[in-house]
Every structure is written in C-alpha cells, then in structure tokens.
Design a protein around this ligand. Structure first.
Ligand code: NAD
Ligand code: WQD
Length: 342
C-alpha cells in the first residue's frame, strides 16, 4: 500500500484528511511540530480510522529532521503539505515569522522530496489569493487574476504557489496540485476531531459556536452596509470533511492519471455564497440554539463577497462538496459541545 506524508497532519484540515486517507487504505506518516495542535489528535484519528497514523514531532523547516523521516519511510509516494502558520492578524504583526515558517517549510520539503525522488505534492493554498474579485469573476474560477495580497499570510500563499511553479518548471519530474480552499468549517461527524483554537477566535464559525456555548456574550457581525442582498459579507463555507476528501482525489489523480498538467490548480468550495446573517439563521435552525449578536462596524481589510466556481474540481477531480450546510453547522456544534462538556 502507498504511504502519504502529511505535514501539519495533527492540525484542523490535516487531521480530517489523514482520516480520509487511512479510510481509503493509505498508510500515513504525519509530521507536525505541534505549534498549533495537540498530540491527542492522534487518539481522535485512531478512534475513527481504527489505528494511529505514524507520527514525527519535527519542524518542516529542519532539513535533517525531514530527511530522516523520508529515510525512515522509503515507501512515501506523495506529500500533502498543510504545515503553515495561518493567523492573518498575527502575520501582520509578525511577518518574518510567517515568511520564515511558510516559505522555509515548503522550500525545505521540496529539497528533501527531490533528494528522495518523491515526485508528488499537494499544496494547501487559499481563496485569499484572489482578494476581492470583480463582478465579472464571481463566482471565482481558477483563471481569475491573483491580486496583491492583503496580509503577509496571504502573500506567503502566493509566493508558495510561485515557488512550486518555478521548481516544477526546472524539474519536470515534480508534479504539483495546488488546492485553493474557500472557508473550511465544521468537524468530523463523530466529534472525535475538529478545530482546536488558541485564544479568541478570529474566524466566524468558531466565534459562533463559542457564543452559542456561552463562552462569549455575543457575536459581533462586522458590517451590514455592504453591497450584498442583506448587507453582510458573503463567503463560501466548505465542510472540512468534504475538503479532506478532495485531497484524496487529488492524490489518486497524481498517482494514477498520466495525462495531467504538471501543475494543476483547483478551487475547493461549494459554489454557494452565504452571507453572515444567513449563516446565523442556518446555525439556529440546525441546532435550535438562539445566537445573540449585534452589528458593529466593518472589519478592516474584509473582502465584501467571494465564492467559488468549483466546476473544475467537480469535473476533473470527480469531487463535489455536497454536505448540506445545516449538517455542517450541526457538526460544528456537536464538536463545541464535546469540547465544553455540555
Ligand atoms: P492548523 O493550524 O490547524 O494546522 C496546521 C498544522 O501545521 C498545525 O498542526 C501546526 O502545528 C503545524 N505546523 C505549522 N508550522 C509547522 C512547521 N514548520 N513544521 C511542522 N508543523 C508545522 O491549520 P489548518 O486550518 O488545518 O490549515 C492547514 C493549511 O490550510 C494551512 O497551510 C493553511 O494556511 C491552509 N488554509 C487554511 C484555511 C482555513 O481557514 N483553515 C483556509 C485556506 C488555507
Ligand atoms: C467570515 C465572515 C467576517 C468573525 C479568513 C482569512 C483567509 C482564509 C479564511 C486562510 C466575514 C465575518 C467574522 C466575527 C463576523 N483563510 N465575521 N464576525 O474573512 O473569509 O478569511 O479565513 O487562508 O485568509 O482571512 O473568514 O471566518 O474571518 O470571516 O461578522 O466575529 O464573517 O466579516 O465576512 P475570511 P472569517
């Protein structure tokens, strides 16, 4: 059986992807420095998949350590690279940390992959590379222009994509799949794994579930005067389990389809634009919990509206994000209740 190296595999999206890979019969080795995750996640994965993945507590920026992992597991056939720092605000305050970690980890990984002749990488990119697409590019497909990044974090994703393209140009044996995620939400239906947060959540869904759980007095809706049907911002919220499944499809394609471009890019979203108010209403309908909120001013740097055209991923990967939003929101609530022992 083939082995996949999952960097950042104890993190939010990495843990869900590890489960899907294992359930499809792949062996998985996770490398993670636990800078934003816990070793206990391995137990959560085992509770679902029936066994623990192999694990190495190492930093992907460390060449020797990463080289050691590839030596230990000569059956690695592909890598899914999640490991990165991802807090947009923090990246504005500590840009060097973000450039060092997010660029250094990818460069080191590509060097070690080359040394060990492992040709396949799936890379976690983001819809942030599109910024605010103009009306003609909504919903946004993969041909929409990349815009100047709004944060050092966003810039690392753009530069990472360029690094991959440049290296693929130089080394024709390298195959890459760049996945641009929209807004991942929810947790595994078992509630054995989910998103673990440090401090006050920056993203909408964790703030919603923590408010519903009574940890926060109310949700602040950032603006109701946008040029959208109900005045609040619009995003494409994608279920993390659907997202995880797309990674298995991407790996399968790299391992089994010869007639593919050397570097392929896919938008991973549902194709549905959901406003903040709609999300609140759907959360209440899905859970029966009333969510206290007030409208406050706009958040600086917010994108007004962006959602995906996922046609390419639907057709080429044979993948679709089709879990109903209410089920997704119920999974997020189930996870929050488990965390808070409610
Ligand atoms: P996460 O923080 O939960 O997971 C990332 C994992 O990488 C963590 O477990 C962390 O400990 C680990 N890590 C970080 N730097 C490392 C290093 N140098 N060496 C080893 N391990 C390291 O984040 P996530 O939400 O699962 O995101 C995974 C990837 O998807 C990231 O690249 C992120 O930028 C990207 N992404 C996330 C979102 C989102 O909204 N969650 C959206 C688009 C793209
Ligand atoms: C969603 C909507 C807010 C919190 C961020 C990153 C981006 C990406 C995904 C990684 C917006 C509103 C939020 C709150 C609110 N990830 N909101 N009250 O803005 O799409 O993007 O996460 O690559 O790079 O910037 O997601 O969850 O922060 O916000 O009203 O307390 O919810 O204004 O409209 P966003 P988000």
């Amino acid at each position: 059986m083939s082995r996949i190296l999952v960097t950042g595999g104890t993190g939010y999206i990495g843990s869900h992807t590890t489960v899907e890979l294992m359930q499809k019969g792949f062996d998985v080795t996770i490398v993670d420095n636990l800078s934003n995750s816990s070793i206990d996640v391995l137990d959560g994965i085992a509770a679902i998949a029936g066994r623990k993945p192999d694990f190495a507590n190492i930093d992907c920026c460390n060449f020797m350590d990463l080289d050691g992992v590839f030596r230990q597991y000569p059956d690695i056939v592909g890598v899914i690279h999640f490991a990165a720092s991802k807090a947009v605000n923090e990246s504005v305050e500590k840009p060097l940390l973000y450039y060092r970690n997010n660029l250094g980890s990818l460069v080191t990984l590509l060097e070690v992959m080359k040394l060990h002749r492992v040709p396949n990488i799936v890379f976690s990119s983001s819809c942030t590379v599109y910024g605010q697409p103009d009306e003609a590019h909504l919903p946004v497909d993969e041909t929409a222009p990349i815009q100047t990044a709004l944060s050092p974090y966003g810039n690392t994703k753009q530069i990472n994509e360029e690094i991959i393209r440049d290296e693929a140009h130089a080394d024709k044996s390298l195959n890459a799949t760049i996945l641009r995620y929209f807004n991942p939400i929810g947790a595994h239906p078992s509630a054995c794994i989910g998103e673990l947060l440090n401090g006050v959540p920056q993203n909408l869904l964790p703030f919603v579930t923590q408010t519903a759980a009574g940890l926060r007095p109310e949700l602040k809706v950032f603006g109701n005067d946008y040029n959208t049907p109900d005045g609040s911002c619009i995003r494409d919220y994608i279920y993390v389990v659907d997202l995880a499944k797309a990674h298995v499809k991407a790996i399968d394609r790299m391992l089994n389809v010869e007639d593919r471009d050397q570097v392929e890019v896919f938008n991973l979203g549902t194709g549905n634009g959901i406003s903040v108010f709609t999300l609140i209403n759907e959360f209440e309908a899905a859970t029966g919990v009333k969510l206290p909120y007030t409208v406050v001013g706009r958040r600086e740097g917010d994108i007004e509206q962006v959602w995906a055209n996922p046609k390419k991923a639907n057709e080429v990967l044979g993948w679709k994000a089709d879990t109903p939003l209410r089920d997704v929101l119920a999974s997020a609530w189930k996870w929050e209740k488990k965390l808070r022992k409610l």
